[in-house]
Design a binder for this molecule. Structure first.
Ligand SMILES: Cc1cc2nc3c(=O)[nH]c(=O)nc-3n(C[C@H](O)[C@H](O)[C@H](O)COP(=O)(O)O)c2cc1C
Ligand code: SF4
Ligand code: SF4
Length: 264
């Protein structure tokens, strides 16, 4: 995967790798394992020293935008102007909606204190959950249950065990966090929210912003934090993602495995 004679050991790929799967030894990048094949190292390497064996590259203008978009985890310390956010949300409002109910809502958190509260609440919840794996019987059943995914979980456990309040391995110091939510009793509200969320992500991309979906936050936000954000009790949060200006440059699209398809 790493082409040694092209690698200068600059470390850009190491900084970008969310799985901490790359080290630099003797001025060369080396792979440590736990790679999730995201292609971020491939996209940022200034010397084309990383090879990917994934076959499909985009062919049309829209598909090129889709293939260039990366989950962003390195942000500039810069606020997003309110007008930029307003324009993105207005444009994203043309999302497909079941029976045109259009009742998905968006809560955007840019206040640094509120952002930190959300982040720390999720971090502490996850730390507590991962701690359960220190108990032999729970670890045994988790291993049995999770199969191949157990190693990934242990890797995340280590990340969270060592995570301090200031080291932001959850939202990566992004200046903005977006929650897309809607009344759980409305039909197909989950789909409505997902379509709206991806509209926002793509339009943000067009406005020069990056984003990263936050499964950790969506899955572990507690009632108290939801209340703090004034998200109605009957609303379910269907998508959470960061927004911010990138401090890393993605130089090329990442090839992808083609989706398995059956045509009858
Ligand atoms: C539903 C969902 C949840 C995700 N949750 C997280 C997360 O909690 N933290 C994170 O760093 N990335 C998260 N990601 C980003 C994925 O890791 C990323 O999409 C994947 O590695 C592929 O990289 P790419 O989006 O740059 O193509 C999530 C993505 C999706 C779609
Ligand atoms: S970004 Fe490229 S050149 Fe730099 S260390 Fe990584 S593989 Fe080597
Ligand atoms: S493909 Fe992704 S996970 Fe694998 S080494 Fe590169 S950046 Fe890290």
């Amino acid at each position: 995967m790493i082409i040694n004679n092209k690698c200068t050991g600059c470390g850009i790929c190491k900084k970008e790798c969310t799985m901490h799967s790359i080290d630099i030894t003797d001025n060369k990048a080396t792979l440590l394992g736990s790679c999730i094949n995201c292609g971020h190292c491939f996209a940022v390497c200034p010397n084309e020293a990383i090879d990917l064996e994934m076959p499909y590259l985009p062919t049309t203008p829209l598909s090129k935008i889709l293939y260039f978009r990366r989950s962003l985890r390195q942000y500039e310390n810069k606020l997003i102007p309110k007008e930029v956010l307003d324009e993105i949300i207005s444009n994203a409002s043309a999302y497909p909606s079941a029976v045109n109910q259009k009742c998905a809502s968006v809560t955007i958190v840019c206040d640094p204190i509120l952002l930190k509260t959300v982040r720390l609440s999720v971090m502490n919840t996850l730390k507590d959950k991962f701690k359960l794996l220190n108990y032999g019987p729970i670890r045994f059943f988790a291993k049995l249950f999770l199969g191949d995914n157990f190693k990934k979980v242990i890797r995340y456990k280590k990340l969270f065990d060592n995570m301090s309040e200031e080291c932001d391995g959850i939202t990566f110091h992004a200046p903005c966090l977006v929650f897309v939510h809607g009344n759980k009793n409305k039909i197909f509200i989950d789909e409505d929210c997902h379509y709206l969320a991806y509209n926002i992500v793509l339009l943000a991309n067009e406005a020069g912003l990056g984003s990263c979906f936050m499964g950790f936050i969506r899955g572990h936000i507690n009632k108290k934090t939801k209340k703090l954000l004034n998200i109605p009790k009957d609303d379910k949060i269907y998508s959470v993602f960061t927004l911010g200006y990138p401090s890393v440059e993605f130089l090329r699209p990442v090839p992808q495995e083609k989706v398995k398809t059956i045509v009858y």
